[in-house]
Write a protein that binds this ligand. Structure first.
Ligand SMILES: N[C@@H](CCC(=O)NCCCC(=O)O)C(=O)O
Length: 251
């Protein structure tokens, strides 16, 4: 019997333009899912508790939680109120934070990237530095938003992969270069999260979920960018796609 392609739900960001509101996702995530994970990408509207997530999760084989310029509202982790003018996305928070816990409970494979990595940490009770660059001893992990996108997502610093971790086992290397487009970062790790990679300043840059029954990996950097030209990025989306395909062919 022909093996069925997996369907992978992708988080969306609520954005406003010309008085209208959109649920949007960057094409780089959709393309990485379609071309490297070899799956069907499907945007999940940020409908919060109006989304029938139980019904949705019965019809998909994996979840991708994407990056976003917006910040997780610090109210979700007991953080101080954000600086005036900070971009938030309450519709996205209300959709992804409960969905992450359901994915873990229902053993649905997921990959979380940048904001998605931070959402996983918060969903499991962890906290965030709101401005990593202002934390003594930490690097500035931001990118220049005025620069062309290829510069914004260029490789920026090294990360060290945890020995015998998921990422190390994917490529058999202990150090790799990654891009860096974030101002927030993990402060206290959420319950059950295992550090998979560290930046030179000690910031946790990737995690997995201890005892997870399905693929559950989150990275602070952007493997969807130049996914085919980067060994680790390609391995991440390939392994994620395989995990989702296995679920698809069990369903
Ligand atoms: N806003 C958070 C999360 C950062 C993040 O997801 N960056 C990727 C942005 C991609 C894009 O510009 O579309 C933080 O600053 O840490």
């Amino acid at each position: 019997m022909r093996s069925r392609k997996a369907v992978i739900g992708i988080s969306t960001c609520r954005t406003s333009r010309n008085g209208n509101e959109y649920d949007s996702v960057s094409r780089y995530y959709s393309e990485a899912v379609a071309y490297v994970s070899n799956a069907i990408p499907l945007g999940i509207p940020s409908l919060g508790d109006k989304l029938d997530s139980d019904e949705l999760l019965e019809q998909i084989d994996g979840l991708l939680f994407t990056g976003s310029p917006s910040n997780v509202d610090p109210g979700h982790y007991g953080g101080a109120p954000s600086e005036q003018g900070t971009l938030h996305d309450p519709a996205r928070d209300a959709t992804t934070l409960p969905l992450i816990q359901k994915a873990l409970d229902q053993k649905i494979p997921f990959l979380a990237i940048c904001r998605g990595f931070q959402e996983l940490n918060v969903a499991l009770g962890g906290t965030l530095h709101q401005k990593v660059q202002d934390v003594p001893g930490k690097m500035d992990h931001r990118a220049d938003y005025e620069a062309p996108i290829a510069e914004r997502f260029a490789l920026a610093h090294e990360v060290e992969l945890a020995p015998a971790g998921i990422l190390f086992n994917l490529i058999g290397k202990s150090k790799v270069q990654v891009n860096s487009v974030h101002a927030q970062g993990v402060d206290r790790l959420g319950e059950g999260l295992l550090a998979e990679a560290y930046a030179p300043d000690g910031l946790v840059e990737a995690v997995s979920v201890s005892g997870a029954s399905a693929f559950a990996l989150a990275v602070q950097w952007h493997p969807e960018w130049n996914v085919s030209d980067n060994e680790l990025s390609n391995a991440i989306f390939s392994a994620f796609g395989e995990a989702c395909r296995e679920r698809a062919n069990r369903r």
